[in-house]
Write a protein that binds this ligand. Structure first.
Ligand code: ADP
Ligand code: MG
Ligand code: MG
Length: 247
């Protein structure tokens, strides 16, 4: 479903990804772990098409199509969802407005009818309830004054509404207390655990993987996949740290 081959990328002319190859088939959740500064967020940004992240070599295909040739909004319309380590704040735009416009612009790109205001509110409320979030919060400006946990729950509400084919989630567990962690983990499983979907879960710690069990775990170091294994690899890293696991 997502096929990354020998991907090299630079940021400000500095090589960060040095030949990443990764294949996530439909129906699987793959975790990417690795020490700070190894290029995990860079990989997520390259997949998102963020300006300033230059691909110098290699390829990435999504459902067989050349992902890197698509504009960021086209990637989203194709069913790719990206959740970032540092969610943006958008003062002056309510979360509901933002979600409705995001959903409807994706639907327009796919030639589908827009949802009416009423249909949209019903969908948003249902998703908020599933995430244990008060839908009233979504009337506030996007992420402004939200706690870490609220931002991540809201991001899962967004993911539930978009119902993507594939999600790349960067440190979705950072700064979450145990209740938020459980809610977010359950959200990922409910929305994304399906035979026709896939997830790339970027995380430092085992703890989110207690709730979202990965099919495969990859260790990224210095812009390269250094090791791959099953869920037990995450436990080994948690026990022994990255340095020991490399030895
Ligand atoms: P991780 O998410 O694994 O902690 P990142 O992908 O955020 O790692 O960063 C990988 C490397 O790229 C780090 O050395 C970081 O300093 C560098 N880097 C990231 N963004 C920039 C930038 N805008 N300019 C220069 N270096 C950057
Ligand atoms: Mg980091
Ligand atoms: Mg990062």
């Amino acid at each position: 479903m997502l096929e990354i081959t020998n991907l090299h990328a630079t940021v400000a002319d500095k090589p960060i990804l040095n030949g990443v190859s990764l294949h996530v088939p439909a129906g699987e959740v793959h975790a990417i772990m690795g020490p700070n500064g190894s290029g995990k967020s860079t990989l997520a940004y390259v997949l998102a098409g963020r300006p300033g992240y230059e691909v110098s070599e290699g390829s990435a295909t999504f459902g067989g199509a050349d992902l890197l040739a698509l504009e960021p909004h086209e990637r989203a319309a194709a069913g790719l969802f990206l959740g970032f380590q540092y969610p943006v704040e958008i003062p002056g735009v309510s979360y509901l407005q933002f979600l409705r416009e995001s959903l409807n612009s994706q639907r327009r790109s796919r030639g589908e009818a827009e949802l009416s205001g009423g249909e949209f509110i019903k969908l948003a409320k249902a998703q908020a309830t599933l995430l244990g979030m008060d839908a009233e919060m979504l009337k506030r400006p996007v992420n402004v004054g939200f706690s870490g946990g609220e931002k991540k729950r809201a991001e899962m509400v967004q993911m539930g509404i978009m119902n993507p084919k594939f999600a790349v989630l960067d440190e979705t567990d950072s700064g979450l207390d145990i209740d938020a962690l459980k809610a977010v983990g359950a959200g990922i499983n409910r929305i994304m655990r399906a035979p026709e979907k896939g997830v790339l879960l970027i995380t430092h710690y085992q703890r989110l993987l207690d709730y979202v069990e990965p099919d495969k775990v990859h260790v990224l170091r210095a812009g390269l996949i250094e090791r791959s294994g099953g869920p037990e690899l995450a436990h080994e890293l948690e026990r022994e740290g990255y340095a020991e696991a490399a030895a």
